[in-house]
Design a protein. Structure first.
Length: 203
């Protein structure tokens, strides 16, 4: 069974979904890639239009200065922003590394969530992504209950509150999947099926 972290909140079912595959390893053996394919497949079965950003393919560098963050984006980043602007529902899938998202995913977020686009511009109210919802799916080696209770799921809460909510995305719902390295084929298949069902529900 997939462990749900956040309380489910009813919302309109969006028809345009952007899935961000946040695993920097392109190996097809990574379960994150299977979860991305499952969610997208389930959503398409119900008639949703789905686009996918794969961090492993993008190779975006981290930003090193405030000036670089505030500068106009490259053509590649502008195209990614167009997909974000198009989507009504965002899905982020990534493994927990050193208690947080992988650095490559953080670099992607730095590149696309620029002032005036997603991050509120000075003297304005509300983020640039108002009206969008999100699902965050995180895999980890430890039990998900241990991450929630002992660590307080701090990094996932920070992503939801300090990044997504700050940019106007709400609600943000989270699914934590623990013990991925020790899961056998049957348990893994059940988890993938559960994520496909989330995609079918466009939730």
């Amino acid at each position: 069974m997939v462990e749900a972290f956040a309380k489910e909140i009813s919302m309109p079912r969006p028809d345009s979904i952007l899935i961000i595959d946040g695993h920097p390893d392109p190996s097809p053996d990574r379960i994150c890639h299977a979860l991305v394919d499952a969610y997208g497949g389930g959503a398409r079965e119900r008639g949703a239009e789905v686009r996918v950003h794969r961090i492993a393919d993008l190779k975006l560098p981290p930003l090193e200065t405030r000036a670089a963050w505030e500068a106009p984006p490259s053509a590649l980043v502008a195209g990614l922003q167009d997909d974000l602007r198009w989507a009504r529902h965002l899905v982020l899938v990534f493994p927990l590394w050193l208690g947080d998202m992988p650095a490559a995913l953080k670099a992607y977020l730095e590149q696309i969530l620029r002032p005036g686009f997603a991050v509120p511009a000075p003297r304005t109210s509300g983020g640039g992504l108002n009206g969008r919802s999100a699902r965050v799916i995180v895999t980890m080696g430890m039990p998900s209950a241990f991450y929630r209770l002992w660590y307080g799921a701090h990094s996932v809460k920070s992503l939801a509150r300090n990044v997504l909510n700050f940019c106007g995305v709400a609600p943000v719902r989270t699914t934590l999947i623990g013990l991925v390295e020790g899961a056998g084929p049957e348990r893994t298949a059940r988890r993938i099926a559960a994520i496909r069902e989330l995609g079918r529900q466009r939730a």
